[in-house]
Design a protein around this ligand. Structure first.
Ligand code: PEP
Ligand code: MN
Length: 342
């Protein structure tokens, strides 16, 4: 249920509605827009309905939210898009963001040289995994805390906000120390304990679509984080499994406009993991930016042939500045630009 307050509603009236919602055993999420305040009441619909909030002082009207996801629904923002401000970067609305870095943090040199390049090129976020979800238990699993320390150095040197994956709640504390955005990998999209704990941590989250998950399931994953009071969620399309075998995954670009219809949250695209091949990364990125993605998350490496993981899909660091320029032109077609520091 969404309680839309009148433009002239006072703080006391807003507080009174919140108290009534919470008194009925529901959670009240207050969303303060530029002109009006909306209170999302999440809980037993019948209990909330019985309160008759329509006639409370300061209430304009009450709207039921019919989708199973509530806080993530575009309905709660009345068409307004969420713009997240994270560590000096903005993403969402007309603000496009480039998230770039290696698949995994391998060494001090590889991490810092790549982070410097990402900064100098004007990109908004540095990505790099310290905990890697590998298909084989015999593959490199990431440097763990040592990798987090390298990410902390990269952040300190460049000032770039860090996007890094959390796979296990036991590592939450250590990851939150360094991460500006916690990445939830495709394989963990439906790990509800993990999502709930990330929600509680208050750290922004980038949730990758599971490769056999529907968009509704992706939105329900976001809802798990948001339900804990953490509204800073970015969704990521990274390719899904289809019957096609000619490429690694099928990049579902239609997810972008459809998600935009259904949610106010920013939507980014990961062309690297979808393609698995470097030569497809630019064309897929251009298409994603032109169709209205709020950002791209891309893998780059100083020497892809030497990369410990995902080398064949990594762009060469040297090629990144020209790649980014082209992507920005495509983003401009969708009316988006990167923002200056906030
Ligand atoms: C990654 O970003 O390095 C990664 C493993 O992605 P995904 O979870 O989409 O496979
Ligand atoms: Mn990777």
């Amino acid at each position: 249920m969404m309680i839309v307050m009148k433009q002239a509603a006072s703080e006391e009236e807003i507080a009174a509605v919140i108290a009534r919602v919470e008194g009925a055993g529901a959670r009240a999420h207050v969303i303060r827009g530029e002109e009006i305040t909306v209170i999302g009441a999440v809980g037993d619909r019948e209990h909330i309905g019985r309160l008759g909030l329509d006639s409370d002082p300061g209430v304009d009207h009450v709207v039921p939210i019919l989708k199973p996801y509530k806080l993530a629904s575009s309905q709660v923002r009345k068409g307004e898009r969420s713009v997240l401000e994270i560590g000096g970067a903005k993403i969402g609305g007309e603000h496009f963001a480039m998230i770039a870095g290696p698949c995994t943090v391998e060494s001090r040199d590889q991490t810092l040289s790549t982070a410097r390049l990402v900064r100098e090129s004007g990109a908004q976020f540095f990505r790099g995994g310290a905990y890697k979800p590998r298909t084989s238990p015999y593959s490199f699993q990431g440097l763990g805390v040592e990798g987090l320390a390298l990410l902390a150095q990269a952040k300190q040197e460049t000032g770039l906000p860090i996007v890094t994956e959390l796979m296990d709640v036991r590592d939450l504390e250590a990851v939150v120390e360094v991460a500006d955005v916690i990445q939830v990998g495709a394989r963990n999209m439906q790990n509800y304990t993990l999502l709930t704990e990330i929600g509680r941590s208050g750290c922004p989250a980038l949730i990758k679509r599971g490769f056999s998950s529907t968009l509704e399931e992706l939105l329900m994953a976001a809802e798990y984080v948001m339900k804990e009071g953490n509204e800073n969620v970015i969704l990521c399309e990274r390719g899904i499994r289809t019957f096609e075998t000619a490429y690694r995954f099928t990049l579902d670009l239609m997810a972008v406009p459809i998600l935009k219809e259904q949610t106010h949250l920013p939507v980014v695209v990961d062309p690297s993991h979808a393609a698995g091949r470097r030569d497809l990364v630019l064309p897929l990125s251009l298409a994603a930016a032109a169709i209205g993605a709020d950002g791209i998350i891309v893998e780059i490496h100083p020497e892809p042939d030497e990369a410990i993981c995902d080398g064949p899909q990594a762009l060469r660091n040297d090629d990144f500045p020209a790649y980014f320029d082209q992507v920005l032109k495509a983003a401009a077609l969708a009316g988006k630009t990167v923002s200056a520091d906030v």
